[in-house]
Design a protein around this ligand. Structure first.
Ligand SMILES: [Zn+2]
Length: 150
């Protein structure tokens, strides 16, 4: 089966990437937030279970950490990456299953991991701007709250 997407192909890059969890329940909301909230259409996507958690130094995610750092370095070189947006989401199975983290103060752990991930990125490469957000479920949809990285 062939399929042609009628969405136009844009040649201009945004020089921005987002690292987030690949959980399909929140990916459309991520797109909405990045494209309309942050005005970053055509941003590069680095999606994997747990998202930025893989950059927070967990032994359970050693391979992913090396892979994502490699991928980011490639994007810096090939796509002129200058900005990275990190997103953690509520109710992330990477934490509850893979890391077997308890559900109490999980949000605090995820926010601390955003700080650790930003540090790991800055340690590995030069990056002009890093922003972090926590995605929280609401009655209507998903709320993206900024997380302080300093
Ligand atoms: Zn997740």
């Amino acid at each position: 089966m062939q399929y042609e997407s009628k969405l136009p192909y844009h040649t201009k890059r945004m020089h921005a990437a987002a690292i987030y969890c690949s959980d399909g329940r929140v990916c459309e909301q991520y797109d909405d937030f990045l494209q309309h909230g942050l005005k970053l259409p055509r941003y590069d996507r680095v999606a994997l279970p747990g998202g930025p958690a893989c950059l927070a130094g967990y032994s359970q995610a050693r391979l992913e950490e090396a892979g994502v750092i490699d991928e980011l370095k490639f994007l810096v070189d090939a796509h002129g990456l200058q900005r990275i947006v990190l997103i953690q989401h509520e109710d992330c199975a990477f934490y509850t299953s893979r890391l077997a983290a308890g559900t109490t103060s999980l949000e605090q752990l995820q926010k601390a991991d955003l700080v650790r991930a930003a540090y790991a990125i800055r340690h590995a490469m030069k990056m002009d701007t890093i922003d972090a957000f926590f995605a929280r479920r609401t009655e209507q949809g998903v709320l993206f709250e900024p997380v302080e990285l300093e």
